[in-house]
Design a protein around this ligand. Structure first.
Ligand SMILES: C[S@@+](CC[C@H](N)C(=O)[O-])C[C@H]1O[C@@H](n2cnc3c(N)ncnc32)[C@H](O)[C@@H]1O
Length: 315
């Protein structure tokens, strides 16, 4: 969970897309899907945003109707108000949401029958389905509804994550680019006067630079499509400062950069594991046979392909 803790505490993004660019939360098709749902809910509905992250969906609900009583839970140590200032547009909404960090969907801390609606945006599927469904059912009022957008194994989001993982895995190879980069950080650290390199240091410095450049080129040449190249450029953008600002580089800084990359890798791995095939969805349907009065799945499509599954289950 550390990878999610560090992501949510280090970004003003309200959702896990766009790596920090969308601090206002969801827009476009996803926003309009939820706004259409919110439009049908009672004015004073009590709502839980399950696996909320920094609360993109919870904020959307509050923006739609400030009368909703909104709660948000996530397994990560979320506390978005620490990142926002009162002048930020989302601040007042975030302030009115009851956030529960360190809360697994499989073990919710809320009283039974508390919520009219439990909603989830790319969150429910990260938990163990059977246990999470039991908990969602428990905290819903009788007649309450669970509505979730769920990652689809064939969505363009999942395909993009798989591509990102492939590129990160390449970068991560033993004795590959990252190992050499750490070695470069260690070397920079040993140079006392970085403005006056000795002739020996100059030769070593040049050699390490040439080696690194060669490794960057090799990695780049492994990219077999424009999309892979985009991923490569995105990831390399994080690594380059260690070389460009070599006078300030040391091993600790390089290790931090590599850790961030690994954290990103773990989030992509989670997404990959969480995306659901048709068979997985059949399995979830079976789980709702006993204590739910209905359960329905649909697929949301966009112009560029499948976006996700929609699950609607009534208690
Ligand atoms: C892709 S993010 C989605 C967050 C948010 N719903 C959004 O739309 O941005 C998945 C979230 O699931 C959370 N998570 C992973 N496993 C969980 C679990 N077992 N119980 C609750 N939350 C979990 C992660 O911490 C992460 O915040």
């Amino acid at each position: 969970m550390q990878h999610w803790n560090s992501y949510w505490s280090g970004t003003k993004s309200l959702n896990s897309f766009a790596e920090g660019e969308h601090s206002q939360g969801y827009v476009g098709k996803i926003a309009s899907f939820w706004q259409n749902i919110f439009n049908t809910l009672p004015q004073l509905a009590t709502i839980l945003d399950l696996a909320s992250g920094n609360g993109g969906l919870a904020v959307l609900a509050k923006q739609f109707n400030s009368g909703f009583d909104v709660f948000a839970s996530d397994a990560a140590n979320i506390d978005p108000l620490l990142l926002y200032f009162p002048s930020d547009p989302s601040y007042q909404h975030l302030k009115s949401i009851n956030f529960y960090g360190n809360t697994l969907s499989e073990n919710l801390v809320f009283d039974s029958g508390k919520f009219d609606y439990v909603i989830s945006q790319f969150g429910f599927e990260y938990a163990e389905s059977a246990a999470a469904l039991l908990e969602v059912n428990r905290v819903l009022k009788s007649g309450g509804e669970f509505i979730a957008l769920i990652h689809h194994q064939d969505s363009f989001i999942s395909a993009d994550c798989r591509l990102g993982l492939k590129v990160i895995n390449n970068l991560n190879q033993v004795d590959g680019l990252l190992t050499q980069l750490q070695d470069f950080g260690r070397f920079c650290q040993t140079m006392e006067n970085k403005n006056h390199l000795s002739p020996k240091q100059q030769i070593q410095f040049k050699q390490k630079n040439v080696n690194l450049l060669q490794l960057f080129k090799e990695e780049q040449s492994k990219c077999s499509s424009e999309d892979e190249l985009d991923w490569y450029n995105l990831l390399v953008k994080e690594l380059l400062p260690a070389i460009i600002n070599w006078q300030n580089t040391d091993e600790k800084k390089v290790i931090k950069i590599i850790e961030n990359l690994h954290s990103f890798q773990r989030r992509l791995q989670d997404q990959n594991m969480a995306s659901q095939s048709k068979l997985d969805i059949e399995g979830i349907k079976l789980l709702t046979n006993n204590n739910w009065s209905s359960c329905k799945f649909d697929v949301v499509n966009l112009r560029n392909g499948v976006l996700c599954w929609v699950m609607r289950a009534q208690k």
